[in-house]
Design a protein around this ligand. Structure first.
Ligand code: 1BN
Ligand code: ZN
Length: 363
């Protein structure tokens, strides 16, 4: 339970309090990562106990006890729940255990049922949006499904959080030309964003968010042809062309955020579509000491945030690390897109940011 208090330390950030997990050895100075958990820069505010004689001793012990009790009380009232990076990584592995999830594959149907089950167990409302897509080159017909889980849908402010759940049917950037027609596993390109959202889904069941949150697992993001950006992001196009929910105020898309060497500069279209949200997110990342978020604008990527803006005027931001693993090597759309090239710490950085963004105004 979120209200369960295990640790008698009140840890405070600049303007909010969080509980430190029991297993964290807090040095109180910098960002901590324990068992994959990200905790913001913290300062221990519990007073030091010292011994003095007579009445002074009783008075000081009393002060100590009162401080201790208040600290436990405050610690139990943590307003922002803890994003569990290891559990998120487990969700990444669970998706990969289904095998490639390209439309029509066995793994695709198994993963779709798993995601529906997770949403039905946790969300207030679940919607399946079915749509069709014909591959212009092969002529193949795909039956695709966007999955939507709604939390606190009656709230005045509603945020859409999206990630694509399909994986690419081809490894068209693989160095081994003989394996380029085989589907990729998509640990980073597919599973990573969904994994973070699944952990948020679990948290929001335990502690309902103060704002409305629409979780959307987009299908058909990765059926595009290399060199034709508009042939990607078909699930978000179907969603935004025929909104199955009232229009959200803003959106955050997460894609390829599992890279063990995570670097998330500001994506250029995101800056054009929603500069206010960009400043708020990167500002919060700085406050929380999340080093993956870089204060520079780079890359223009046709991802699921584009149709949201173009079709439905939902101002959307894309959190994406396009260079996987880095500028000098490429695992993107190759058979190296595997869990071992991803990290729970990376999922934790993005998950922690989103958790704070969702719960920042909770009482
Ligand atoms: C992201 C991950 N994308 C595909 N897989 C979107 C994209 C489209 C990236 C075109 C580059 C070019
Ligand atoms: Zn892709």
């Amino acid at each position: 339970m979120l209200t369960e208090c295990k640790q008698p330390f009140l840890l405070s950030t600049k303007n909010r309090s969080v509980r430190a997990p029991m297993e964290c050895a807090s040095d109180g100075i910098a960002q901590q990562s324990c068992r994959g958990q990200i905790r913001p820069r913290v300062k221990i505010t519990v007073g030091t106990r010292y011994l003095v004689a007579g009445g002074a001793m009783i008075r000081n012990n009393l002060i100590y006890i009162v401080t201790f009790v208040l600290t436990i009380f405050n610690g139990c009232q943590s307003t922002v729940p803890e994003f569990n990076s290891d559990r998120a990584f487990g969700f990444l592995e669970q998706q990969c255990d289904f095998g490639p999830r390209n439309p029509g594959s066995t793994g695709y149907y198994q993963c779709r049922d798993f995601l529906i089950g997770e949403l039905q167990a946790n969300a207030d409302t679940v919607i399946q949006q079915h749509f069709q897509l014909t591959d212009p080159i092969s002529g193949e017909e795909y039956q695709l499904t966007n999955l939507i889980g709604r939390f606190n849908p009656a709230a005045a402010k509603r945020l859409l959080l999206g990630a694509h759940w399909d994986t690419r049917p081809w490894a068209d950037h693989d160095p081994d030309v003989t394996r380029r027609m085989e589907p990729i596993l998509g640990a980073n390109d597919g599973a990573s964003g969904v994994a973070v959202l699944l952990e948020l889904v679990r948290l929001m069941k335990l502690k309902p968010p103060p704002i409305g949150v629409e979780i959307v697992f987009f299908d058909g993001e990765d059926l595009g042809q290399s060199g034709d950006p508009r042939s990607y992001a078909r699930g978000s196009l179907a969603f935004a062309s025929d909104l199955p929910i009232p229009k959200p105020d803003e959106a955050i898309i997460i894609d390829m955020i599992g890279d063990a060497d995570l670097s998330i500069p500001v994506e250029r279209y995101s800056m054009q579509q929603n500069p206010t949200l960009v400043r708020e997110l990167w500002g919060l990342a700085r406050e929380l000491d999340l080093p993956a978020f870089e204060n520079r604008v780079a890359n223009s990527i046709f991802d699921d945030h584009i149709p949201l803006w173009e079709q439905a005027q939902i101002p959307a931001v894309d959190l994406i690390d396009f260079f996987y693993p880095n500028r000098y090597m490429n695992f993107w759309h190759t058979h190296q897109d595997l869990p071992q090239n991803c990290s729970p710490v990376s999922l934790g950085q993005v998950g922690t940011l989103l958790t704070y963004y969702i719960y920042k105004d909770s009482g």
